[in-house]
Design a protein around this ligand. Structure first.
Ligand code: 3PG
Ligand code: MG
Length: 406
């Protein structure tokens, strides 16, 4: 981290004595799983130090999380395997209760001694969670003396365990939440300029508000990935068989016109890597953006575009990155994303640039480029990171802001 963060405007663990207290800690253990196996542990790794701190200070750590979007109790989204992973990462016993409320949860909580750690089953096994139902909020609140929210990545949801409960118990931001808020605020509210944004991903439709808000804040906005095709088509370029949301052409033209009216320089690809279809090691060509054929699919940015983005990175002092600029899951269409990520990481390492990444596929893309650890900050949030960048208030964060310390 290259920047000192300002003091947090939220009550934090600095403001409470946890010793002997039952501490309900909301984390985001919504980790990607395949056949019961966790495929990426980043979210688990991030919450460890907060748990260790509460435990070592003598708090009884009672962990709450959701996993997936179940309609009721089901095996596939049980947190039980996550308890095992957590135990492994912490090197400590983590007990598990097969329900997050009621007698099962109560007796598991009653068995805790100071410093012990308990994970409760998926909060979304109860409909009251997503409905923010007051009775369910009460059932959760009964289990704790204080509430710690350490899950920025779920704070865009006004659910019982992310929002409702913060009004029922003395509420605090956990260390991971605190760092996330401090980094996002210091890097994005008062950025070193010039500031650039790199926005990729498949669809413009999911990121319209994001683009509008970023345009007012940044000096350069580079749009890559599938969503760039919509802008290219809207400005009269042929995009062949590429992914493209033609119905958004008017919106795209308005965004381009708005960019002209601001000081933000909106940059689109000037060349592309094309192939007849999206498949590994397809036969590819690099073409100028004016030369995309009827049967071509644009699947990555081309070398001249890479050079252009590198030029922006070299000039910028702050970069915010959301979304890959090509079909990075399928080689060689990861080339553009990996090249840019590597340059951004290098510039960060030599303190020429501050880099902040987040959202959906971004962590996977940065990991692929071996750039994840060199970025100044990488958010593990998807939707919450986007909503923050869009300038929206996040209910989970706002509930803490209004929270009274004990
Ligand atoms: C996420 O993975 O983005 C968070 O855990 C929120 O999950 P949700 O989109 O299912 O609410
Ligand atoms: Mg999501």
């Amino acid at each position: 981290m290259t920047k000192s963060a300002p003091l947090s405007p939220f009550p934090t663990l600095n403001d409470v004595v946890v010793k002997g207290k039952r501490v309900l800690v909301r984390v985001d253990l919504n980790v990607p799983m395949e056949n019961g196996r966790i495929t990426d542990s980043t979210r688990i790794e991030r919450i460890l130090s907060n748990i260790r701190e509460i435990s070592s200070k003598g708090g009884k750590v009672i962990i709450l999380s959701h996993l997936g979007r179940p309609k009721g109790p089901e095996r596939e989204t049980s947190l039980k395997p996550v308890a095992v992973a957590l135990e492994h990462e912490l090197g400590r016993i983590v007990s598990f209760a097969s329900d997050c409320v009621g007698e099962v949860a109560k007796s598991a909580v009653n068995a805790l001694r100071d410093g012990d750690i308990l994970l409760l089953e998926n909060t979304r096994f109860h409909a009251g969670e997503t409905k923010n139902d007051p009775d369910f909020v009460n059932a959760l609140a009964e289990l704790g003396d204080i509430y710690v929210n350490d899950a920025f990545s779920t704070s865009h949801r006004a659910h019982a365990s992310t929002e409702g409960i913060a009004h029922r118990l003395p509420a605090y931001a956990g260390r991971t939440m605190q760092l996330e808020l401090e980094m996002l605020t210091s890097m994005l509210a008062h950025p070193n300029r010039p500031m650039a944004a790199i926005v990729g991903g498949a669809k413009v439709s999911t990121k319209l508000e994001l683009l509008g808000n970023l345009m007012r804040r940044v000096d350069y906005l580079f749009i890559g990935g599938g969503m760039a095709n919509t802008f290219l088509a809207a400005s009269g370029k042929a995009v062949g068989k590429s992914l493209c949301e033609l119905q958004l052409a008017d919106v795209a033209r308005k965004i381009l016109a708005d960019a002209d009216a601001t000081n933000c320089q909106l940059v689109l690809p000037v060349d592309a890597i094309v192939a007849p279809r999206l498949e590994p090691n397809a036969s590819v060509r690099a073409v100028s953006i004016d030369a995309v054929g009827d049967n071509d699919m644009i699947l990555d940015i081309g070398p001249r575009t890479i050079a252009k983005v590198v030029g922006i990175l070299a000039e910028a002092r702050t970069v915010v990155w959301n979304g890959p600029v090509g079909a990075f899951e399928v080689p060689p269409f990861d080339t553009g994303t990996v090249a840019i990520a590597k340059v951004a990481a290098l510039l960060t390492k030599v303190h020429a640039l501050e880099t902040i990444g987040g959202g959906g596929d971004t962590i996977a893309a940065l990991n692929k480029a071996n750039a994840y650890h060199d970025f100044t900050y990488v958010s593990t949030a998807g939707g919450a990171f986007l909503e923050w960048l869009e300038g929206k208030l996040l209910p989970g964060v706002e509930a803490l802001r209004g929270a009274k310390a004990a």
